[in-house]
Design a protein around this ligand. Structure first.
Ligand SMILES: [Zn+2]
Length: 41
């Protein structure tokens, strides 16, 4: 999966920003908590 960074929008809310190109492996707990984008592996 790919890590997705959050950024603050003009309204002050967090929103998904840049998606990291590097593929990472996360444990289920982190997958549930942190924003990410699934990738085939
Ligand atoms: Zn973890």
């Amino acid at each position: 999966m790919h890590r997705v960074y959050l950024e603050t929008g003009d309204d002050g809310r967090l929103r998904p920003g840049q998606t990291v190109e590097e593929v990472e492996r996360w444990c289920p707990a982190c997958r549930a908590v942190y924003p990410n984008e699934p990738s085939p592996d």
